[in-house]
Write a protein that binds this ligand. Structure first.
Ligand code: AMP
Length: 292
């Protein structure tokens, strides 16, 4: 695996790899990350490998997607260990630039991309500007790498939908692949932020997924959407979480679920202490249930 930190070297390397001497064009897959890699990230590398000849991962803690008072400074930076894991997972190139390498202008002066409607509500409402920061960095990386395909995790489900909309709206010629959530054996979705949890919080954390599964069952048995959400928030509260949101949405459009919705998704963000955890489960809603 090659480790590259400057963008012109990246372009040169990709140009050589993409068009080998035998004149067949190779497919390139991109896996953007913020590092501190775990099995969830490595599952994206495996998916990328199935769809392309050249797999490139990026490790960059993107300042544009952190709000004031969020954990940008604290975010774990573990490049050496990340490089070892990526090499072991069969990644070809790790691009790990410094911020001044990636941003020719300062972050506040640079051109920004604005996320579309998929970025409103849910995390978009709780973290103003977050998805604009995400689509700006992803647009930049798409231009730099010009991948044929890019892989994102369903753990950040709204982000995945925001990126699908970015590609559709701005005509990026990139196929977006969503990868299923990788969980610990106790059900907790793997996340770099799990490292912030104290031992007691870590013991409580899997209850987020258990609560989502319980609410899914109630919904599939026909409980009204409003009553199910109320019950979910009550359970989270009783377990020591502070729910940021718990919402039932259409799985494809992220519109509020209605009585007509069948393919739904239950999305949660909840704090344990100062750590914000995200999770979601699909829900197959039965016909003829009250939305409220
Ligand atoms: P991050 O480094 O947190 O920005 O995540 C980089 C990519 O890995 C994103 O597409 C995430 O959705 C994905 N990801 C993070 N955790 C998981 C997980 N537990 N399962 C699957 N994908 C994940």
């Amino acid at each position: 695996m090659q480790l590259i930190s400057d963008s012109s070297a990246l372009r040169r390397t990709l140009a050589i790899l993409r068009f080998p001497a035998e004149q067949s064009i190779r497919r390139v897959a991109l896996v953007p990350t913020m590092g501190n890699l775990h099995e969830g990230h490595l599952s994206l590398i495996k998916q990328a490998r199935e769809h392309a000849d050249i797999v490139i991962a990026t490790v960059f803690v993107n300042p544009l997607q952190f709000g004031v008072g969020e954990d940008f400074d604290q975010y774990p930076r573990t490049l050496e260990a990340d490089a070892d894991k990526l090499a072991g997972a069969g990644c070809d190139i790790l691009f790990a630039p410094a911020a001044d390498e990636l941003f020719p202008s300062t972050a506040s002066n640079m051109t920004h991309v604005t996320a579309g409607a998929a970025g409103r509500g849910l995390c978009g409402a709780k973290r103003p500007g977050h998805f604009d920061g995400v689509v700006t960095i992803i647009s930049l990386l798409f231009n730099l790498v010009q991948p044929d395909t890019a892989v994102f995790g369903e753990k950040d489900y709204q982000q995945l939908q925001v990126i699908r909309a970015l590609v559709r709206d701005l005509h990026f010629p990139v196929e977006i692949i969503g990868a299923p959530i990788v969980r610990n054996h106790d059900g907790l979705a793997l996340s770099s932020r799990n490292a912030y949890l104290s031992d007691t919080e870590r013991a409580t954390a899997p209850s987020l997924y258990r609560t989502l599964m319980c609410i899914r069952e109630l919904l599939e048995q026909g409980l009204s959407h409003a009553q199910a959400i109320e019950e979910g928030i009550r359970q989270l509260d009783a377990q020591g979480f502070t729910a940021d949101y718990l919402e039932l949405r259409d799985r494809y459009t992220l519109a509020q679920a209605t009585t007509d919705t069948r393919d739904a998704i239950l999305l949660a963000a909840a704090y344990l202490g100062t750590t914000r955890l995200l999770d979601n489960v699909n829900v197959d809603l039965p016909a003829s249930v009250e939305a409220s």
